[in-house]
Design a protein around this ligand. Structure first.
Ligand SMILES: Cc1cc2nc3c(=O)[nH]c(=O)nc-3n(C[C@H](O)[C@H](O)[C@H](O)COP(=O)(O)O)c2cc1C
Length: 197
């Protein structure tokens, strides 16, 4: 049985929905899973004053925050972030930037890395975010598992994605959840093989 961690940031809740679907897929494929949000960096008073941020924060209340131990525990890790100016969020990057000691020991080398994201528009930067984020895996010596076209109906070979609309009002749909779920199943299977479990 593989250990699969889903480590993500979500301000308004969309990426959280993808993360949950990936976790469900991995779990139902037999993996032991950890669904972990990363530490918030936006000051609490700013979140409180913003309806969307408060909503997203309340949704994820009680969920455990990711630690370096979650990364070393896992055989496969799905990293998720909303797209911010065509790139990853500071919140997810903040955790990745704490992994220097793991990098120095090669502690993440040979583990499977996968990525997912969301953006408000179709051309707002999904691919740029995933490709940019994937340099983390290269430097750590991780093995990247893309979605390819392996999941029936998938149209983003880089990983599960979502388009939330200019005002963020488009919820993650059933089809997007299905793709994320199947991706989670694949991640569990690949991680199990790679880990030789
Ligand atoms: C500061 C900021 C920058 C953003 N930059 C982009 C962007 O470059 N392209 C895009 O399509 N959406 C952009 N968005 C929109 C988010 O990616 C989108 O709302 C996403 O669905 C949010 O996911 P979440 O609900 O998990 O936080 C940006 C949002 C914020 C707050």
């Amino acid at each position: 049985m593989a250990n699969v961690a889903i480590v993500y940031y979500s301000a308004y809740g969309h990426t959280f929905e993808l993360a949950k679907a990936i976790e469900k897929g991995a779990r139902e494929a037999g993996a032991e899973t950890r669904l972990r949000k990363v530490q918030e960096l936006v000051p609490a008073d700013i979140i409180k004053a913003n309806k969307g941020l408060s909503y997203g924060s309340d949704l994820q209340k009680g969920l455990q925050e990711a630690t370096l131990d979650d990364l070393t525990w896992a055989d496969g890790i799905a990293f998720g972030t909303p797209t911010r100016f065509g790139s990853t969020t500071a919140q997810l990057k903040n955790l990745l930037d704490q992994t220097g000691p793991l990098w120095a020991k090669g502690a993440l080398a040979g583990k499977v890395a996968a990525f997912f994201t969301g953006a408000s528009t179709a051309h707002g930067g999904h691919e740029a975010t995933i490709l940019g984020l994937s340099t983390f895996a290269y430097h750590q010596g991780m093995l990247i598992m893309p979605m390819g076209y392996t999941v029936s109906g998938s149209s983003n070979p880089y990983g599960p994605t979502h388009i939330s609309g200019g005002d963020g009002s488009i919820a993650v749909g059933e089809e997007e959840k299905r793709l994320a779920y199947e991706f989670g199943k694949n991640l569990a299977k690949v991680a199990q093989k790679i880990a030789g479990k």
